[in-house]
Design a protein around this ligand. Structure first.
Ligand code: ADP
Length: 261
């Protein structure tokens, strides 16, 4: 409630009045809660690998057996890698929140960019015994956006598809034009996601199966980063999945130009 002076011009007198300002702070409170939850989650996520590194490094001094020492050193290495990934993802999210990306926006040819992303991801898929399939679309579709962030978004989605698809599976990158929107599907025939988890997938640190995510090197931030990038690009994402059958993430981006190839 704010107190304000109200000038009564007719009588040239000053009257004291009350001005009631009612503001709905539900959103502000929700945002504050989200931030404090995020800080608590970050602290927890960083502490887990750090505790492990510290514990094994301390014990190492007293271990003489070479095999056990090597095992401990492997754990320290894996946990350090995990810490690096976590810190990189946290920094990416904070950068996405604070930087103005519109300055870096340029015309992106989807066929060309996805071909580049395919050649980055194909060796990782092949190493795991997964076939990564990419078919060029028969038209050149152009969108407007930041090239590095476009790349990062699809690397995250394809990396997930590879992580959550067992050996001998397949991951497809499919481009199409859907009502003036370019649509890119990342489709896998992996473990799938059951219905009750779908609406929460894009929350920071949300994982369907924490142990599985951890064992495949996940941080729980990949999809939150994808969602953030899509907000910057004015795009959207849709998920269709069936447990045990596979998952398709469909990314929609406003198409600024279409050319015959
Ligand atoms: P993570 O680093 O754990 O993979 P993400 O934010 O990238 O975190 O994904 C959140 C969760 O969504 C994952 O932990 C996983 O349970 C689920 N998920 C994401 N992509 C897929 C997929 N293609 N198939 C099955 N589950 C998936």
């Amino acid at each position: 409630v704010k107190t304000v002076k109200v000038i009564n011009y007719e009588k040239n007198k000053e009257n004291i009045g009350l001005c009631l300002v009612i503001q709905n702070i539900t959103k502000i409170r929700a945002l504050e809660k989200m931030r404090s939850d995020f800080v608590a989650n970050v602290s927890h996520e960083l502490r887990t690998p750090l505790t492990s590194i510290k514990g094994f490094a301390e014990t190492l001094k007293f271990v003489e057996d070479k095999n056990t020492r090597d095992k401990f050193l492997d754990i320290i290495y894996v946990e350090s890698e995990r810490l690096t990934r976590l810190i990189n993802d946290i920094l990416t999210l904070s950068e996405l929140e604070n930087k103005d990306y519109s300055a870096n926006f340029e015309k992106i040819n989807i066929n060309e960019s996805l071909e580049e992303i395919y050649s980055i991801m194909e060796p990782a898929a092949r190493n795991k015994g997964i076939k990564l399939i990419y078919e060029k679309y028969d038209k050149s579709l152009y969108i407007y956006g930041d090239r590095d962030k476009f790349k990062q978004m699809f690397i995250n989605l394809i990396d997930n598809a590879i992580k959550y698809t067992p050996k001998d599976g397949k991951v497809e990158i499919i481009i199409s034009l859907d009502n003036h929107m370019s649509r890119i599907d990342i489709k896998d025939n992996g473990i799938g996601i059951s219905k009750e988890h779908i609406s929460r997938l894009f929350e920071r640190f949300y994982r369907v199966d924490k142990a599985r995510s951890r064992s495949v090197g996940g941080t729980g931030l990949g999809l939150a980063i994808v969602k953030h990038i899509l907000t910057i690009f004015n795009g959207s994402i849709d998920v269709k999945s069936e447990s045990g059958k596979g998952t398709t993430f469909s990314v929609y981006l406003p198409c600024i130009d279409v050319k015959e190839v």
